[in-house]
Design a protein around this ligand. Structure first.
Ligand code: GLN
Length: 284
């Protein structure tokens, strides 16, 4: 056992901070050998099979190229559930769990129709469908490959979510029935291209850029398009819930105010950065 731990830490030394290497060691041994935290505390001795050793070596080689561990394992955890992830979807982030938590606490027990725009792995839509059992939940994404992952996640977790391929940037909000949704939620692409230089390699090299980036000259593009469409498609008194770039909290609130929303709130995440905006469509 010790030799395997030593092997992992030697191979990753200097490439990642020491705490991160420690956490990789635990995650790898849990994934490959089903080693629990208790086993760690007890320094359980374990003889690994050649197959397990080979698997560890392959994982470590991929980590050395900065591939995110979630893509290497093919899954991650979000709001208490395991979600499959592939490079076709953004890896769910912990701050997005805070958005899910807020929506659940605001709408517990209520019925209605909820739509997640740019659903990716489906982590928001599926978590909400599992906790707001009376809501009819839908998820849209421009990428069919992302929806394949989202549908598999919904199936694995026994959640009812209707997923469909829709490009919100080319969506005609005048078509179909108007004022049909009670809640729209979105974690759209919000990182400006010029911010990319400061981002870590494991994000830039591996995660889907369509899910991450907006053009520098129009960083609020998605909020404007979704906000405008929402005025037609949300019921009076319906809600928008957005995850945002911390740099644009006030701008995003001003924009939604200009478009015609009310009761606009900018909410901070656990790191005290502006991260969410909530707005309500007026009742009349
Ligand atoms: N929060 C993600 C990140 O920092 C970005 C998510 C997004 O663009 N919607 O990588």
């Amino acid at each position: 056992m010790k030799t395997n731990i030593q092997y992992i830490s030697d191979k990753l030394k200097g490439l990642y901070p020491p705490e991160e290497i420690q956490s990789f060691i635990r995650l790898i041994l849990e994934e490959v050998c089903h080693f629990s935290s208790t086993d760690f505390i007890l320094h359980k001795n374990m003889i690994l099979s050649p197959f397990e050793q080979e698997e560890i070596m392959q994982i470590v080689e991929r980590l050395r190229l900065y591939e995110p561990i979630q893509y290497i394992f093919g899954h991650t955890w979000f709001y208490g559930n395991r979600f499959e992830v592939t490079p076709n979807v953004l890896i769910p982030r912990p701050e997005t769990e805070e958005l899910v938590e807020k929506i659940i606490s605001d709408h517990r027990g209520k019925s209605g129709r909820l739509l997640d725009i740019g659903t990716g792995s489906g982590c928001i839509a599926i978590s909400l469908a599992l906790h707001l059992r009376e809501m009819q939940v839908e998820g849209w994404d421009v990428s069919l490959d992302a929806l394949t992952v989202a549908r598999e996640n919904a199936r694995n977790l026994n959640a009812w979510v209707a997923f469909s391929v829709t490009d919100i940037l080319n969506y005609d909000a005048d078509e179909g029935i108007s004022e049909q949704y009670d809640i729209w939620v979105s974690n759209p692409p919000y990182i400006c291209r010029k911010e990319a230089a400061a981002m870590s390699e494991n994000v830039i090299e591996y995660e889907p850029h369509t899910a991450l980036f907006v053009e520098d000259h129009d960083p609020l593009l998605f909020y404007r398009v979704i906000g405008e469409a929402g005025l037609k498609q949300l019921v009076p008194g319906g809600f928008l819930y957005f995850e945002i770039n911390a740099l644009f909290g006030n701008e995003c609130a001003d924009l939604l105010n200009k478009i015609g929303y009310e009761k606009i709130e900018v909410i901070k995440d656990i790191s005290k950065r502006d991260r969410f905006v909530i707005a309500r469509k007026p009742l009349n």
